[in-house]
Write a protein that binds this ligand. Structure first.
Ligand code: ATP
Ligand code: MG
Length: 297
C-alpha cells in the first residue's frame, strides 16, 4: 500500500510547492510510481508541471465534491512514473461548500483510497492555511512533511501546526505521523541560519531532515518552464538536494542501509525473511537515484 505524504505549513511561501513537485519527481525518477495531488486553489503545482489552466479538466475539486473519481482525475506528466491530480482556482469555493456535507474531512481520503495500491508514494501539496483543504490532506495522509525556512521567526506558527496534527491524531486520523521538517532556501554560511538550525534541531530532534534545500535560482526558474528541477537542470544544487531528500524519505519507510546488501544477491528461497521482492526493488531504486547523481556530473 502506497505512502501518502502531505507537504504542509500554514505559513505562506516557505517552499511547500517547490518541495512537493521536486520530491515527487525525484521519487518517480527512481522508478517508483508516484502521484502528486495539488490541493491548493493557487494551483502552483499544476502550472509548475506545465499544465495550462483549464476549468473543464477534472481536478481535486471534483474529488472533494464527489463529482468524479480519482482515476478519472489522474493526468500523465513528462516523467514516466509521475502522475498528477491537478487543481483549479475554483477550489477556493470548496472550503465553503464542504462545510455542509457529510464526511467533510474525509473526502480526499475516501477519493484516494482506490489509488493507494497503484502508487508507492502519493504527495499532497497543501495551501498556506489550516483550512478544510489542508484538513482533508492531513486526514488522507500517513505523514506530514513540513518545509520551513531557517529564519528568526521559524518556530512561530509551528506550535499551531503541531497542535493541529495532535488534534487530528486524537480524532480523525490516529495514524498520522511527522515525516520530517525540511529546511528550505537554506544558506548555511550565515550565523543566523546556524543558530536557528541548532534551535530547530533541539526542538524537533531526529525529525529534522538531514538534507537541507539551498536557495537555488534553478528551483525558482524550473516552474516557469513547466518542469521539475531534475528535468530543467539535473546538475543544479537544487535538483541534487531534492534527490538527496527523496533518498532520505524513501529510507524512512525502508531503512535500506541497516540491512545487509548481500541480501539482494541471495537465492529466492532464502529471502522470505526480508520480504525479498520488495527489498530487491528498493535496492534498485536506491542505485538509480545514486546513478542520476553521479552520471550527470
Ligand atoms: P504558498 O504558501 O503560496 O503555497 P509555498 O510554501 O508553496 O507558497 P513555494 O511556492 O514553493 O512556496 O515557494 C515560494 C517562492 O520561493 C517561489 O517563487 C519559489 O520559486 C521560490 N523558492 C522556493 N524554494 C526555493 C529555493 N530553494 N531556492 C530558490 N527559490 C525558491
Ligand atoms: Mg504552494
Amino acid at each position: 500500500m502506497g505512502r501518502v505524504i502531505a507537504v504542509a505549513n500554514q505559513k505562506g511561501g516557505v517552499g511547500k510547492t517547490t518541495t512537493a513537485i521536486n520530491l515527487a519527481s525525484s521519487i518517480a525518477a527512481a522508478e517508483v510510481d508516484t502521484l502528486l495531488v495539488d490541493c491548493d486553489p493557487q494551483s502552483n503545482t499544476t502550472s509548475g508541471l506545465g499544465l495550462v489552466k483549464d476549468p473543464e479538466r477534472i481536478s481535486t475539486y471534483h474529488l472533494l465534491m464527489r463529482e468524479a473519481s480519482a482515476e478519472q482525475a489522474v493526468q500523465k506528466t513528462e516523467l514516466d512514473q509521475l502522475w498528477l491530480i491537478p487543481a483549479h482556482k475554483n477550489m477556493i469555493g470548496a472550503n465553503l461548500e464542504l462545510v455542509e456535507v457529510e464526511r467533510r474531512e474525509f473526502r480526499l481520503r475516501d477519493a484516494l483510497a482506490p489509488l493507494r495500491d497503484r502508487f508507492q508514494y502519493i504527495v499532497l501539496d497543501c495551501p498556506p492555511a489550516l483550512d478544510l483543504l489542508t484538513l482533508n490532506a492531513l486526514v488522507a495522509a500517513d505523514s506530514i512533511l513540513i518545509p520551513m525556512q531557517a529564519e528568526y521567526f521559524a518556530l512561530e506558527g509551528v506550535s499551531e501546526l503541531l497542535d493541529t496534527v495532535e488534534r487530528i491524531r486524537a480524532s480523525l486520523n490516529p495514524e498520522l505521523t511527522i515525516e520530517g521538517v525540511v529546511l528550505t532556501m537554506f544558506d548555511d554560511r550565515t550565523n543566523l541560519a546556524q543558530q536557528v538550525t541548532a534551535e530547530l534541531s533541539r526542538f524537533f530532534g531526529e525529525k529534522l531532515c538531514q538534507t537541507t534545500i539551498p536557495r537555488n535560482v534553478r528551483l525558482a526558474e524550473a516552474p516557469s518552464h513547466g518542469k521539475p528541477a531534475l528535468l530543467y537542470d539535473v546538475r543544479s544544487r537544487g535538483a541534487e538536494s531534492y534527490i538527496q531528500l527523496a533518498k532520505e524519505i524513501i529510507g524512512h519507510s525502508m531503512p535500506v542501509q541497516e540491512m545487509p546488501v548481500q541480501e539482494a544477491e541471495r537465492p529466492a528461497e532464502e529471502k522470505q525473511v526480508v520480504n525479498a521482492p520488495r527489498w530487491k526493488r528498493w535496492i534498485k531504486e536506491r542505485n538509480k537515484l545514486t546513478t542520476i547523481n553521479i552520471l550527470d556530473r
